[in-house]
Design a protein around this ligand. Sequence first.
Ligand code: AMP
Ligand code: ZN
Length: 457
Amino acid sequence: MPLKLFNTLSRKIEEFQPIHPPKIGFYACGPTVYDRAHIGNLRSYIFEDVLRRTLIHDGHKVRFVMNITDVGHLTSDADEGEDKLEKGAKREHISVWEVAEKYTKLFKQDLQTLNIEEPDEWLKATDNIKEQIELIKKLETKGFTYKTSDGIYYDTSKFPKYGELARLNLKGQKEGARVEVNNEKRNSTDFALWKFSPKDQKRQMEWESPWGIGFPGWHIECSAMSMKALGESFDIHTGGVDHIPVHHTNEIAQSQGATGKPFVKYWLHGEFLQIDGGKMAKSAGNFYTLDILKEKGFSPMAYRYLVLGAHYRTKLNFTFEALKASQNAYEELVNQVANMADKPKIGCGEIENKFFEAIDNDLNTAQALAVMWEMLKSQNPDSAKKASLFKMDEILGLGLKEIKSIKIPKIIQKLVEARETARKNKNFKLSDELRSQIFDKGFQVDDTESGPIIKLK
Ligand code: AMP
Ligand code: ZN
């Protein structure tokens, strides 16, 4: 079955056809490194990891790049307010460069903890200032830019398809839907390409440019760096749904404005992790980090499992009860794997195919997990189940291959078998007695739908 993905551009599920098979260029908007990533942010990166694993599994040669925003992302997400990195520096009494380094490192650690594979290439905004200036110059030559007292802006009225991705109603917006902050802007949707450093203040991060000393706007980095890494037209671009109306809309205007070519073929967006029915966000202060989950005794894989349990295009409301249920399911999975002593062999044909069909159907991980449990409950031998499970885990990324089989002594095995017979004969007194004998020898036996599971006590 071919891979089908929901393309935000067409609002339709489309069959995935790379531009230059078997190669795929894939760009994911990365973190703004001024603070810890929260588990909402990390939901987006898990979704992208599943997509990347699926493409690789389907035989494509994927080049996956991610940016690190270490300059230019202002607190308002538009063109006003403080640079988030400068804000982080003030908060922690360290330099902006140190803030960027600190949170980049922690972000990479979070990815590793969640089994999210590192990109083939990291691109840092501050390492690519020259490329961003070049792109702005191109836009200037083509007549897309104008100057105000605080920077160089993109005139969105010059790009006829502006807002196509987000289905923006530009007329409605002009009539005052947005409160105008910068009255030098020609259109409310115009955005900064280059901002001048304030006259009365020296920024820690600033560069010379043909327009004056300053720093790049937030959106230009992703246009410049994605095209540098993947060419002017590439296959896939992702981010959270909040990027649709502004950031990605502006990236399209910049890139297509400059090159005159289509920028990205498939746009994919992950829905939010919510908390108490609202978006989990740093600015709202209602967020958890992976560290907090760990402090509360949860395994990061339980969080990954929780995220996989919901389709990436549905909102997921975070609660500790749901996380607990995921932790239980994940632990049961681990126990089942640990109890499969046999070497993986062949696989469970049909059920395994059903799993990959669910994944190829716009990454339906929720359904795929259900199929995985169906497979575990099936009558297939352990060797086949294990083989299928390992193949499934290439997509799920739950680290199942690393789980060591428990070496169960013969005597324990005998006791468990005797207990099973006692249970079948409804001799519960004997079965309880055998359970405590097993326990005294350092093991615990749990009864599950697919039979008894032996764990270390
Ligand atoms: P940021 O570091 O703020 O630039 O965000 C990094 C990524 O996380 C972006 O792709 C956002 O769209 C995404 N994101 C932010 N908040 C959430 C949330 N509550 N749930 C899922 N993704 C989110
Ligand atoms: Zn971006």
